[in-house]
Write a protein that binds this ligand. Structure first.
Ligand SMILES: [Ca+2]
Length: 289
């Protein structure tokens, strides 16, 4: 990715309702198509909005309901809630684990540690199996969840990078750093299809950690403070949640990294978010702008 992200001021795209100063408009594809000119990209976005926009996404801010400790050593790559516990997959070579977290204390129980050559990515639980992606090893590990912990039962190979993973209870959904959201057969890891995720008609790249919430897929967008809410059937971004300012400045250190990690407690309707090497994990509610 040589072009990076393109940020467009909200004034430029006339979202007066939003109080944010920036919003994500991204993708190397857009920049490439526009001759790598941010000014032209903005103009194109405006024109597309005027001519082809099906319906405007909703925009949300947030309220913190509770803050919990989170290990600043955990480079969060996967986060989910399962049967009363938070589960976390972390990354980095030599530091990639799957662990459960005690919500109140942040204490972890390490269940799996990957070999140094592997860099852990998204995790998902389907039935009694936990799936773990790796970044560039083209391998997904599958473990059976037992009373004693995780028992490795098989691996799957896949093409490309592994980023985010989630499940609707039947299928797996995966991202690879592009704007594509893949649907996978959990038994074979075969790609059954994909949609391109679009915001106001433009592809949204860098889709990272994922969470299935009430028929929609929520995704982190790597390096931004925004979550996108995706219709998995069409890829259309129906909502954008701006989490700017979530981690207070006094909690930030030189090693604090980006927002990443969404977990949904479906029974209690609790939404948890955190970031890579963040010292806090938050329960939030979202508020439409
Ligand atoms: Ca998740």
């Amino acid at each position: 990715m040589i072009y990076g992200l393109l940020f467009v001021t909200l004034q430029d795209i006339a979202f007066q309702r939003m109080k944010l100063t920036t919003i994500l408009l991204l993708a190397a594809g857009l920049l490439t198509a526009c001759g790598n000119s941010p000014a032209r990209a903005r103009k194109t976005a405006k024109n597309n909005a005027a001519t082809t926009l099906p319906s405007e996404p909703k925009y949300y801010t947030y309220r913190v309901k509770a803050a919990y400790p989170h290990s600043p050593k955990a480079y969060t790559q996967g986060l989910l809630w399962h049967e009363g516990e938070l589960w976390e997959g972390t990354g980095l070579h030599g530091e990639s684990v799957v662990q459960t977290l005690d919500l109140q204390t942040g204490r972890s129980r390490e269940l799996v540690r990957l070999p140094r050559a592997e860099f852990g990515e998204g995790i998902a639980i389907l039935g009694d199996e936990l799936f773990q992606l790796t970044w560039q090893s083209n391998t997904a590990h599958v473990y059976r969840i037992t009373e004693e912990g995780l028992k490795k039962i098989r691996d799957h190979r896949y093409a490309g990078e592994g980023w985010g993973l989630t499940s609707d209870g039947k299928k797996l959904y995966m991202t690879d750093g592009s704007a594509n959201l893949y649907t996978l057969d959990p038994a074979t890891f075969r790609r059954e299809g994909h949609v391109t995720v679009t915001w106001r008609g433009e592809p949204v790249s860098y889709l990272n950690e994922l969470e299935w919430i009430d028929g929609r897929i929520w995704a982190n967008v790597y390096t931004t403070d925004q979550l996108v809410i995706i219709d998995p059937a069409t890829g259309r971004v129906e909502g954008v949640v701006d989490l700017t300012g979530l981690l207070p400045d006094e909690e930030r250190t030189p090693t604090t990294d980006v927002l990443n990690g969404i977990a949904w407690d479906a029974d209690a309707k609790r939404l948890f978010v955190t970031g890579k090497n963040w010292s806090k994990l938050f329960e939030i509610e979202i508020i439409e702008q």
